[in-house]
Unconditional design. Structure first.
Length: 280
């Protein structure tokens, strides 16, 4: 896969950062945790990385980075920006204000190799702008029928996809607009997150439906993270699974299994070198 914006990329467009957007129209799916691990992996691969938090109200990624800076451990850090929603009363003026500040923030980060954007878990103007600029869109999806409804409506028996959801239609529209605007494309990756360790019947059903939907609306499927306490613990310390050696954390079986899951995700995304993935 040719990655626009990477050093050495051969293309006619001028060099610009490769934009990785974490998007999902539902909170609690693991967007910020995934964003932080992608950021850490890219930093450790030697890239200049920036992060942009478009979910200032929740601010999970920003708090993660604040915890990281206060950890006392010398860890690689991205250039970070936070963009708040406009406080203007007029919807038209608010949208213009947000668009102007978004473009200014992206211009300030133009000398980086990657910009990783964390978006709100709701349909906002800022969320749509983040999606529209994505080269790679990663949608973490909790492994349940409730969260699958974000992507598609299924029949009552849970056997068949009926039609795509509003979020899937929005992403499809952004992909079309991106192609019209600059001839670029969005590599959409859906990761099944918080997987149960048991091979439950509903887990298999959800898997079959996501496979159907991937072929129908054009996304790639990536392995996600199992439900593990370790991710909540790492957040409080500002650490990722890639930082355990520097922090002096003793590896547990849960850490080892989670790191293997991270390697699988990074393999699918395809933006990090093989050497950096193995180092994790």
């Amino acid at each position: 896969m040719t990655v626009t914006g990477l050093p050495g990329s051969q293309g006619r467009r001028p060099r610009r950062p490769h934009v990785v957007c974490l998007g999902n129209e539902k909170g609690g799916s693991g967007k910020s945790t995934t964003a932080m691990h992608v950021i850490a992996a890219l930093l450790r691969d030697g890239h200049r990385v920036a992060s942009l938090d478009l979910d200032a109200r929740q601010g999970t990624l920003s708090r993660f980075l604040a915890n990281r800076a206060a950890s006392g451990v010398p860890l690689p850090m991205p250039t970070h920006r936070v963009l708040e929603r406009s406080k203007l009363d007029s919807a038209v003026e608010a949208a213009a204000d947000e668009a102007e500040r978004f473009e200014r923030a992206m211009a300030e980060l133009a000398d980086h190799d990657f910009v990783v954007i964390d978006t709100p878990g709701s349909d906002t103007n800022l969320m749509r702008m983040g999606h529209a600029r994505a080269d790679t869109l990663i949608t973490p999806l909790n492994d349940s029928f409730v969260d699958l409804d974000l992507l598609a409506h299924v029949d009552a028996a849970g056997q068949r996809v009926l039609y795509p959801s509003l979020y899937a239609e929005m992403v499809w529209e952004q992909k079309k607009q991106r192609a019209i605007r600059d001839g670029g494309s969005i590599d959409w990756i859906v990761m099944r997150n918080r997987l149960a360790t048991l091979d439950a019947r509903n887990k298999r059903k959800v898997g079959r439906l996501i496979d159907q939907l991937a072929r129908r609306i054009g996304f790639r499927l990536a392995p996600g993270f199992s439900e593990r306490v370790v991710f909540r613990e790492l957040f409080l310390k500002g650490l990722t699974l890639l930082d355990l050696a520097e922090s002096g954390t003793a590896l547990t079986l849960s850490h080892v299994a989670a790191r293997q899951e991270l390697r699988g995700l990074l393999d699918t995304i395809g933006l990090v070198s093989a050497e950096a993935r193995k180092a994790g």
